[in-house]
Design a protein around this ligand. Sequence first.
Ligand code: FAD
Length: 439
Amino acid sequence: MLLNRSERKFPRVVIIGGGFGGIEVARHLRDKEVEVLLIDRNNFHVFQPLLYQVATGTLASDSIAFPLRKMFKSQDNFRFRMAEVLRIEQESKIVYTSVGDFDYDYLVVASGATSNFFGNANVEKYSLGMKSVQEAQNIRSYVLQNLEEAVLRKNAHDRERFLNFVVVGGGPTGVELSGAIAEIQLHMLKKDYPELSKHEMNVYLVEGLGEVLAALSDKSSRDAKRYLEELGVKVILNTVVKDYDGLTVTLSNGDQIPTKTVIWGAGVKGQFPEGINQELIQRGNRIKTNGQCEIEGMENVYAIGDVAATVTEKTPNGLPGVAPVAQQQGKYVANHILGKMKNDNNVEDFKYFDKGSMATVGRNRAVVDMGKFHMNGFLAWCTWMFVHLLSIAGFRNKLVTFVNWSVKFFTKNSGIRLIVHRYDRQLPSVKPTEEVEQV
Ligand SMILES: Cc1cc2nc3c(=O)[nH]c(=O)nc-3n(C[C@H](O)[C@H](O)[C@H](O)COP(=O)(O)OP(=O)(O)OC[C@H]3O[C@@H](n4cnc5c(N)ncnc54)[C@H](O)[C@@H]3O)c2cc1C
């Protein structure tokens, strides 16, 4: 049972979100004189950088997710509630959730981000996001369902829509995902679907800017594009998606691609419960904080990670939405809270230490930027693999992931091809004149 404020021995730190930022706060409050209450709508932490491997069948979802209660099983001051946080009430210092309300002495909003469709209702309705394990599993089922549907169509024209896959957004998510779908085309299609030809399948990557991986160095952008094209991905630059009706995607250059699969990786926006002053909401729906990650006008309330825009003179647009920012801010805020409890207000602003960026393209190539140092090809891929293996939570997950990657490296095949839950969507039906095989 959780005690009321008046009954508690130590102050309570409530953390909204068990993502990269939230778990770091909880970890750094271990053995301290606080009660930690972590609330998440899921009972697990997700290693989002590998979601694309769940979506393309290389990894099972439980290899990249880890139960939060298990993660903190030996931390005595830790409590968890699986709940949706609905509202924050700063006057009474209470968070209202789907399972009841909890008071706090310190609150950390680490609720992350969700897909941003930039107000395009059609695209939001018909395309697939990849921000959660559930969404990644839906993509996996849906891609396989489309291949099954394609097999039933007798002529190539009718198969086209099921065999065109459009990924939107040339950031790391789009690059990694389109590369992995291209590998399905190259290595799995012929073996599993002898009725289909790999020449019938097309993978498109649509990017609004003039390069992919624009946040990385020019060299990495060029290398990544080249690797994608070598895998057969059709990279379309300086172009945005204008509309999508579930059957045909229309691009800003006027081109139309018949497709039942558009996967959206073109933008994210912060997500958070009600109760935040609207004036503090910045571009990308992020909550403005000061340099010490505190939300202005809210006593003892912090925002970190993807949901936060940490605005300082040096970072007028906030920090990038990447895991190391959330992790470093999590550690910083834990220490900030402990400092506040000791009335130590002489604290320096948060400083982000950028260790570098990387992205993988296909089974054995990647690009890595570390300061001015650039790496590409197989060596970069080994580095990428090593860093990701180290970062995945749990020994079992590391082992299973390593085994899966090794098998894939040697066999060129993704292991998980089950459509356990059909992903059925409300799409306009394909023309009834189409000839479908009858058995
Ligand atoms: C496909 C993909 C690939 C990525 N690749 C990389 C990469 O290669 N490298 C990198 O550095 N970064 C990558 N990122 C970004 C990185 O994952 C994020 O920057 C990081 O997860 C942010 O951490 P966070 O703690 O702010 O939020 P998250 O990790 O998103 O965690 C937020 C948590 O809050 C919970 N939550 C949200 N709202 C509520 C609510 N109202 N009530 C209860 N719970 C709630 C969610 O369930 C979630 O568990 C990737 C992201 C995606 C989606």
